[in-house]
Design a protein around this ligand. Structure first.
Ligand SMILES: CC(C)(COP(=O)(O)OP(=O)(O)OC[C@H]1O[C@@H](n2cnc3c(N)ncnc32)[C@H](O)[C@@H]1OP(=O)(O)O)[C@@H](O)C(=O)NCCC(=O)NCCS
Length: 179
């Protein structure tokens, strides 16, 4: 378990897969700015889960009382790692995802010899851009017409944070020493 002040990140267990499947297949959860392409069966999700590697991990975002409120994961994109995240609608706007991303960044830079973590977001997705900026990511540029979302090709911003800017853990070590 990776512990923050507002939320914890807990690795997805096999027992969590029905919930993860429900979330991935629910357009209210994935949001209006991402492709509507999940619609995966239990078998599809289980197959993906079995194929996860150290470079691709799925975490639940949980409140401090253990409620399961969202998903955050990392996956390889060439030689670097990319992150993706979503929260159930009722728990948005409370700072939870910002902290979840900060925890993920600490975890990845503390556990892997990577120098860069990336995220991509629909140019219309202001909330996602805001959380990335609050978590220390910088906008690098635009991929034109990269994603097919709700019937149209949309532009996507790429954001990154690099090890030399991150410098030191923001949440993980501090939380451990304070508790
Ligand atoms: C993007 C998402 C994960 C953000 O999670 P969250 O926990 O609500 O984020 P936080 O509460 O940490 O921060 C949200 C920030 O965005 C701001 N925000 C929210 N909606 C916004 C909007 N439509 N326009 C501008 N800013 C917005 C909030 O005010 C807040 O900033 P503040 O703390 O300065 O007030 C959540 O909206 C979500 O799950 N969306 C659907 C899935 C998704 O789009 N995932 C990302 C794909 S790239």
């Amino acid at each position: 378990m990776l512990e923050g002040k507002l939320v914890n990140l807990r690795i997805v267990e096999k027992e969590d897969l029905p919930l993860v499947k429900e979330w991935f297949n629910n357009p209210d959860f994935t949001g209006e700015y991402d492709p509507l392409d999940a619609q995966e069966s239990k078998a599809d999700i289980e197959k993906k889960y079995e194929k996860l590697t150290p470079e691709q991990k799925w975490f639940l975002i949980e409140t401090k009382t253990g409620s399961k409120i969202g998903f955050i994961g990392h996956f390889p994109e060439g030689d670097l790692l990319e992150i993706g995240y979503a929260l159930i609608p009722s728990e948005r706007g409370k700072g939870y995802c910002t902290e979840a991303i900060k925890i993920m960044v600490d975890y990845l830079f503390l556990s892997k010899k990577i120098v860069r973590i990336q995220a991509r977001t629909n140019v219309e997705n202001n909330a996602s851009q805001k959380v990335l900026e609050k978590a220390g990511f910088k906008k690098e540029g635009t991929f034109r017409k990269l994603m097919f979302v709700r019937g149209e090709w949309v532009d996507t911003y790429v954001y990154s944070t690099i090890r030399e800017e991150w410098k030191e853990p923001k949440i993980l070590i501090k939380t451990a020493s304070q508790s």
